[in-house]
Design a protein around this ligand. Structure first.
Ligand code: FES
Length: 176
């Protein structure tokens, strides 16, 4: 029987051994197993499975990679290779709030760099990183299509226009 037929939380198996240290909940494991079951017989479905599994768990801890590899009958090294190749996949936990700072031309001209620098020095992260407490991810993105509001920053689902280095930390306080 494949490891991915186990019910995580009670089973011990390939995916169960690291389970107690895992941040993956039993509900998440159940969803991951459903994802694998849906796609495991479809050739070339690995990327789809990875995308859906990341939607469930948020990133790929090692036990999740192992489980997907076994469930899809693909060598773990291949699965790891795919996850590390594509930037849309993450091997480390993401923050609760993603800060997307627009680095397009209009925002650049209006001072987004100072905004980014202020966030970076306050929270000790650079673009592409997550704060240690997992409160924020900081991502630089291309033009968000709201140049009239430049400089623009999106936090979670909230768009903030005309942000300034002086105001940005106050604005971020409400995201806990
Ligand atoms: S350049 Fe930032 S929204 Fe267009």
């Amino acid at each position: 029987m494949s490891c991915c037929n186990h019910t995580h939380g009670v089973a011990v198996g390939c995916c169960g051994t690291a389970e107690t240290a895992s941040e993956i909940t039993p509900d998440q494991w159940a969803e991951v197993h459903a994802v694998i079951a849906r796609h495991k017989d479809t050739p070339g479905a690995l990327i789809t499975v990875l995308r859906e599994a990341q939607d469930v768990v948020g990133y790929f801890p090692p036990e999740l990679l192992d489980c997907i590899a076994e469930g899809m009958n693909i060598p773990a090294s291949d699965v790891f290779g795919v996850v590390s190749f594509y930037s849309l996949f993450s091997l480390s936990p993401k923050g609760r709030h993603t800060i997307k700072v627009c680095t397009g031309t209009a925002c650049y001209v209006k001072g987004i760099r100072e905004v980014i620098n202020r966030i970076a020095s306050e929270y000790g992260i650079r673009e592409g990183e997550t704060t240690e407490d997992r409160r924020f991810d900081l991502e630089g993105v291309r033009c968000l299509g709201a140049c009239g509001l430049a400089p623009v920053m999106v936090v979670g689902d909230d768009t903030h226009g005309a942000v300034s280095a002086d105001k940005v930390l106050e604005l971020l306080k409400k995201y806990t």
